[in-house]
Write a protein that binds this ligand. Structure first.
Ligand code: SAM
Length: 327
C-alpha cells in the first residue's frame, strides 16, 4: 500500500478496547462513557482485520487501546498474531500498555513472539502517579516492569510531559530508565477529546525540556528509528536512548507509515484528522476477505498529508479521545 504522498503503509496500530483501568488526566474524563459491547469488534473480527492489513503489506502491528491487557481473552489474539511472526508474514508484533497487568501477561507476550513493548509511565512518585492516573498504583506498574524484564522484553517508557505536574521529574526518569536498561520517550500532550480541565495548563513544549536536559546530560544525535514518530538521541552518561514525540512543536507527518483502527473497526488515516472508514460494516456485511481488503486499499488512497494540531484553550482539535482512537 502506497499512499498519495508516496509513503508505504506498513504499520497498523490496532485498538482492541476503549476500556482502561486508569483515567489519566490528559487522556480521559474521570467518568467516561464506554462503548456498548456489540459495537466493539470481537477477537475473531480483529484477527480477520489484521490479516487483511497483512495481506496488503503491513509488516508491523501494535496493539493498543484503552488498555489492551484488560480486554478479556486478549492473549488468544496475541498468540494468533504471534503465529504471523513465525510464518514471516509480520516483522513485528508489539503493544502499548499502562503496565498494570504486565505481571500477569509479560511472559505470555514474550512466548507469543513479542520482543519490545511500550509502557506508559508519567511519574515515579507514587502520589503524583496516583494523581495523574486518578486510579493507579505505582507499585503494580513497577512489578509489571520487573516481569517484563524477566521475560526478556525490551521496554520503552513513554512519558507524557506535563507542565508543573511531572516537568521536574524528567531528569529522575531519565536516570532511572538508564539504570533499568529502558529507553525513554517524551511525548507532548495532543489536543484529543474533551478532558475535565484546560489543556493549555498541561502543555509543555519539548524543545524547552530538551534545552534543560542538555545542561545536565550529554545528548548525542542518533539515527535510531522504530518506524514511529519519535526522534532519538543517545544519552552518553547512561548509554540509553531518549526519544521526543513532538506533534505540536515539530510535525512528524512526512515519514508517516501507519494507520489506526479503533476497537469499533473505524480506520483512521491520521491521528489528527477526522476522516475515517467503517470497516466493521464491511466485516459484518460481506463474505470473504476481498471486500475488506478493497475497502482498506481505497481508504489509503485518501490518506492526508498530515495533521494540524494547535493547542487551543478549552477547544480540543478533535472530539475523540486517545483511548478511543488508540494511542
Ligand atoms: N493504555 C495504554 C497505555 O497507557 O499506554 C495504551 C493506550 S494510551 C491512550 C497510549 C498512549 O497515549 C499513552 O502513552 C498515553 O500517555 C498517551 N496519551 C493519551 N492521551 C494523550 C494526549 N492527549 N496527548 C499525548 N499523549 C496521550
Amino acid at each position: 500500500m502506497i499512499d498519495p504522498f508516496g509513503r508505504p503503509i506498513r504499520y497498523l496500530r490496532l485498538s482492541v478496547t476503549d476500556r482502561c483501568d486508569l483515567r489519566c488526566l490528559y487522556c480521559m474524563a474521570e467518568d467516561p462513557d464506554f462503548l456498548p459491547k456489540d459495537e466493539i469488534l470481537s477477537l475473531e473480527e480483529l484477527e480477520r482485520l489484521a490479516q487483511s492489513f497483512i495481506d496488503l503489506g503491513v509488516r508491523k502491528i501494535r496493539l493498543t487501546g484503552g488498555e489492551p491487557l484488560v480486554r478479556r481473552g486478549i492473549m488468544s489474539l496475541v498468540r494468533a498474531l504471534g503465529l504471523k511472526l513465525a510464518s514471516k508474514e509480520l516483522d513485528e508484533l508489539t503493544l502499548t500498555t499502562n503496565g498494570t497487568q504486565l505481571a500477569k501477561y509479560a511472559q505470555g507476550l514474550a512466548d507469543a513472539g513479542m520482543r519490545r513493548i511500550n509502557v506508559s509511565l508519567d511519574s515515579l512518585n507514587p502520589d503524583t502517579f496516583r494523581q495523574l492516573t486518578r486510579l493507579g498504583r505505582l507499585d503494580q506498574v513497577l512489578a509489571g516492569l520487573d516481569a517484563a524484564k524477566r521475560a526478556g522484553l525490551a521496554v520503552k517508557i513513554n512519558m507524557v510531559a506535563l507542565k508543573d505536574r511531572n516537568e521536574l521529574e524528567i531528569d529522575q526518569m531519565l536516570a532511572w530508565c538508564g539504570d533499568q536498561g529502558f529507553d525513554l520517550c517524551l511525548i507532548e500532550t495532543m489536543p484529543l477529546g474533551d478532558i475535565d480541565g484546560d489543556r493549555t495548563e498541561q502543555y509543555l513544549p519539548l524543545d524547552r525540556v530538551r534545552k534543560r536536559l542538555e545542561s545536565r546530560w550529554t545528548l548525542r544525535p542518533s539515527d535510531y528509528a522504530t518506524g514511529g514518530p519519535a526522534r532519538y538521541v543517545t544519552v552518553a552518561e547512561t548509554g540509553g536512548r531518549l526519544g521526543f514525540i513532538t506533534p505540536l512543536t515539530h510535525g512528524f507527518c512526512e515519514s508517516c507509515n501507519r494507520v489506526r483502527v479503533t476497537c469499533t473497526g473505524k480506520l483512521y488515516l491520521c491521528l489528527g484528522q477526522e476522516d475515517s472508514l467503517d470497516l466493521r460494516h464491511v466485516l459484518r456485511h460481506t463474505e470473504g476477505p476481498d471486500a475488506v481488503r478493497n475497502a482498506i486499499a481505497s481508504a489509503i488512497a485518501r490518506k492526508p498529508k498530515g495533521h494540524d494540531f494547535i493547542i487551543d484553550r478549552n477547544q480540543p482539535k478533535l472530539a475523540r479521545h486517545m483511548n478511543v482512537t488508540g494511542g
